[in-house]
Unconditional design. Structure first.
Length: 283
């Protein structure tokens, strides 16, 4: 395994939410504060950019090539391939926006929110079913971030960044969650846990905001690997590429008074491991 490389040179303010679209065979990611959804085909280097009418916390593919589901400032919206936009869940709240989101094994979207001022308890995590019905699963959240599932779908991993924890829940179909416990705590001085992904071995990879690294934790919470990065603010990670072995890492420049020249770019760690095919939103 080699060190990280530059996959996409960009100066994103707040690059976030990478996901491999298995059907289109492209990497999707967003620049939240620019309101842009980026696409990248590592096979030929082709790039696309879609603009959204609001800040966009996450973009995930829909089944059957029917476009994207977007976690926007004022709720969750569907974007069709022709560019049409329609609200699936419209729930505006002053000072709040959508943040990270992930699709569960059953095809539902788990969408997080946060306040712009990061006020404690100002966010939540909501499960949005394919038919648009929404249930708040966690409230009293501050910065709802990384969400992912174990290979068998029985566990859900979750990050509320200021807690410095990666938590794990018993999971199943539907909106309910079982018992919550802590998988790992990020020590002070090592940054804050942000976006995460789960590999085929059931290990959790997490980006450390202000920590300049990505870490891999085993299912029993043991720190297994640390990947140092040239940038201070990585935001999230996802496996992609033809064989799902490359780890893509989004990064940010926002709030960094002395950003590295590669801050805002998408990095890649070739041959990092074995990723899982991520489900598309079934709505």
């Amino acid at each position: 395994m080699t060190g990280t490389e530059i996959a996409v040179r960009e100066k994103a303010r707040l690059g976030e939410g990478p996901v491999w679209d298995a059907e289109a065979r492209v990497l999707l990611w967003v620049d939240i504060l620019a309101g842009r959804v980026h696409g990248f085909d590592p096979a030929d280097g082709r790039r696309t950019v879609l603009c959204t009418p609001q800040h966009v916390g996450a973009a995930r593919p829909r089944t059957g090539g029917r476009g994207l589901v977007l976690n926007l400032r004022d709720g969750v919206a569907l974007r069709d391939p022709g560019g049409g936009l329609s609200w699936l869940v419209h729930d505006p709240a002053p000072g709040r926006r959508g943040n990270d989101a992930a699709v569960a094994p059953d095809g539902a979207l788990w969408a997080g929110t946060m306040r712009y001022d990061e006020a404690p308890g100002g966010g939540r995590l909501t499960r949005v079913a394919p038919d648009g019905s929404a249930v708040t699963v966690l409230d009293d959240v501050t910065v709802s971030n990384g969400t992912g599932w174990s290979p068998d779908g029985r566990l859900m991993y979750y990050v509320d960044s200021p807690t410095r924890r990666i938590d794990v829940f018993r999971s199943g179909d539907g909106p309910g969650l079982g018992a919550r416990r802590t998988l790992a705590v990020i020590e002070r001085g090592a940054g804050f846990p942000d976006g995460l992904c789960v590999d085929a071995d059931g290990c959790v990879w997490v980006a450390l905001w202000d920590g300049g690294a990505v870490r891999r934790y085993t299912p029993d919470g043991r720190l297994d690997r640390t990947v140092p990065l040239p940038v201070r603010r990585p935001t999230a990670c996802a496996f992609g590429g033809a064989d799902l072995s490359d780890l893509y890492i989004t990064t940010a420049r926002e709030g960094d008074t002395d950003p590295h020249p590669h801050a805002g770019s998408v990095l890649v760690l070739p041959g990092a491991g074995r990723g899982l095919v991520q489900p598309a939103f079934a709505g």
